[in-house]
Design a protein around this ligand. Sequence first.
Ligand SMILES: [Fe+2]
Length: 317
Amino acid sequence: MIREPITGSRAWTRRTIRESDWRIPLPSSCLDEIERLAGVLERDPVPTCLLDPSDYELDACRSLLDDVHRRLDEGPGVAVVDRIPIEELSGRPRIEAVFWLLGAMVGRPVVQTLDGRILLEVTDTGVKKRIGVRGFRTNVAQPPHVDNSFNDAPPDYVSLLCLNAAREGGASRFVSFCAVHNVLLAEHPRLLERLYRPFYQDRQGDFWPDESQTVFLPVFELRPDLRCRYTHFTIPAGYETAGVDMDAETRAAFDTMTRVVQDPDLCCEFTLRPGELQFVNNRWCGHGRTAYVDDPQRRRLMLRLWHRDGGLRRYRG
Ligand SMILES: [Fe+2]
């Protein structure tokens, strides 16, 4: 357990983070490369999941994505590239290809579902959030969390490309779990100790019939840096499906964590616009969104990749 306040750029709060820490305008040299790339892909298409950035002339984009990578590991853990000219890429296959190639320069894309899907749409499919339904298919509010907290090998980075924004709401919200850890250490040190011990988490439908529906994992781990496995939904769902009541300390630790991750003094919020590309460090930076209402003619739509360089590309890592 870390028993001293975490300092440095990872432990940002709303007061210390500046927009220039996370927003990166797309340089014109990258824009030129992307336009040339779109032409090459149109004449010589390759299935998206076989695209390799080293096969294309992307030097300017590579240095941009190196900057993104630095901000994810050594900066605030969140970065937004402003913006990809999606309206000029002549169709969804080219948009997906450009997203894949840029994302692959931050980290190797990996499978996001038990049935092997690697490039997902985050959109409201009309299903209600319940046990077994993952949040990317719904329009409900999601407090800052990490993706895939219940898996053996959650992704190290998560990227989103905004294709359509919501009519109302759907703002992105971020928190540094290092800053959350600092608040808990100062104000609730005994509950912080509890967060280093395991909690049940529901696997959200991503398990085989011969496997347990729940896992039992700590919210905070040192691996070797701070890594967080917090989600607002899968932990209470885990206790429910395991048929175990939270004891008073477990309940207090979970409720306190849930309150602190949404503290407006800690969170950074912005609304992604079409063409903007958002990256987050999924180990120690939480991402969420406010609830949203769609324009029925043009639903909020994001493309999502998960990235992890270690282990295998399969869902279990
Ligand atoms: Fe998420």
